[in-house]
Ligand binder design. Structure first.
Ligand code: 3PG
Ligand code: MG
Length: 408
């Protein structure tokens, strides 16, 4: 029994539902076209269920941040949703003034209405409590027109923003199907993963990863940590390995001297649980050439893990029952350096472990490799997933829990 409501707790027929989704999309910088509709596809079960149960569905969403190039109205998003649903989706470029309110009043059962970018409202991104946000113009104008608030925006669950938490203080509220699935699946992985559980970290950032690894090992969520990408380079440097100027420069852009002290402490405590590469692939001219860690430093960029590392990591992964993939193993966009990511991700996808993938670049790598159907759970979360893995409370989830115990 969840400590928040779900769609199962309400009768939806003839109800007017405010549905908050996270359709914050990667856009083409020139055309502003949506490049990937994954987040819309993942919210379809909730939207289809609301339509099928003859609710009136009003969609609230954001794109970009005020002042950024990708802060645009949501007509493209509404169109993409219409194409995926195969059903009329009306768009009004207004959030809570007359145009929006009139469009809501004109809705029939089973209709879907898409409102304007909620971040056009200046109060949206203020960090306030649900009760404070409930006093905003946005909530005060919309909530009297609705019967229920449904939040399906797991990818924004770490934000305490107006349209994400404000309605929960004044309307009966519940999690949508995507939110429910993310919280259930990820919650199990964090609290009680089937053992042994192995977390693989890669990608081009390492400062945040240090605390995450410490948390995962301390709480015994992870039995083993496998490092690739920039985190691997940083951990080797902390162990005293000289990687060569080019690679040290890349590290210097991302981390601080303090990070290396943190890594040293982490390694002192958990050396046996953290695995580092034995070799790398470096870029000599445009070619891939392999180099052992013992042969470092090098004048070339280290862009992937080497073959010995791939084999030894596969060996370690073959014992796992749960595997979490966070970040590609190298510069996978370049075919010459895709090998580590391709081999390890394919190995995990084809084994019968429970596999979880999170974060934009990792999901993109999985999709590019055509492995998305073989991964047990692909999270839509980026920042929210990181916070969740750290055991931090997510404001959106806290607000939904509070709403469950409230009489409206
Ligand atoms: C995201 O894509 O990270 C979420 O939609 C939250 O957006 P934000 O990082 O701009 O707050
Ligand atoms: Mg973000």
């Amino acid at each position: 029994m969840e400590d928040y409501n779900t769609l199962d707790d309400f009768s939806l027929e003839n109800k007017t539902v405010l549905l908050r989704v996270d359709f914050n999309m990667p856009l083409d910088k020139n055309t502003l076209d949506i490049l990937d509709t994954t987040r819309i596809e993942r919210a379809l079960p909730t939207i289809k269920e609301l339509i099928q149960k003859q609710a009136k569905t009003i969609i609230l969403a954001h794109q970009g941040r005020q002042g950024s190039w990708d802060f645009i109205p949501l007509d493209r998003h509404a169109k993409a949703l219409r194409n995926l649903l195969g059903k009329e989706v009306k768009y009004v470029n207004d959030i809570y003034r007359e145009n929006a309110k009139n469009a809501i009043k004109n809705m029939q059962n089973g209709d879907v209405l898409f409102l304007g970018n909620v971040r056009a409202f200046s109060g949206e991104t203020k960090k306030k409590s649900p009760e404070e946000h409930a006093q905003s113009e946005l909530v005060q104008n919309l909530y009297p027109l609705a019967d229920l608030f449904v939040n399906d925006a797991f990818a924004a669950a770490h934000r305490s923003q107006c349209s994400l938490v404000g309605f929960t203080a004044v309307l009966p509220s519940c999690a949508g199907r995507l939110m429910e699935r993310e919280l259930e699946t990820l919650g199990e992985i964090i609290e009680d993963p089937e053992k042994p559980s192995i977390f693989l970290f890669g990608g081009a950032k390492f400062s945040d990863v240090i605390v995450t690894i410490e948390h995962l090992l301390e709480n015994k969520t992870a039995d083993k940590i496998i490092l690739t990408g920039l985190p691997a380079n940083a951990f080797l440097k902390a162990e005293g390995v000289n990687l060569g100027d080019k690679n040290e420069e890349m590290l210097a852009k991302e981390g601080t001297p303090k990070n290396y002290d943190e890594i040293k402490k982490l390694l002192a405590k958990y050396k046996d649980s953290i695995y580092l590469p034995l070799d790398f692939a470096q870029q000599k001219n445009t070619d891939r050439s392999e180099i052992d860690v013992s042969e470092l430093p090098t004048n070339y960029n280290l862009y992937d893990i080497g073959e010995k590392t791939i084999e030894s990591y596969k060996n370690i992964l073959s014992d796992a029952k749960t595997v979490f993939l966070s970040g590609p193993c190298g510069v996978f966009e370049n075919p010459a350096f895709m090998k580590g990511t391709k081999e390890l991700f394919t190995f995990v996808a084809n084994s019968d472990v429970f596999s979880i993938v999170g974060g934009g670049h990792t999901v993109a790598a999985v999709e590019q490799l055509g492995l998305d159907n073989k991964i047990s759970h692909i999270s839509t979360g980026g920042g929210s997933l990181e916070k969740f893995m750290m055991g931090e409370k997510l404001p959106v989830v806290e607000a939904l829990k509070k709403a469950k115990n409230k009489a409206f």
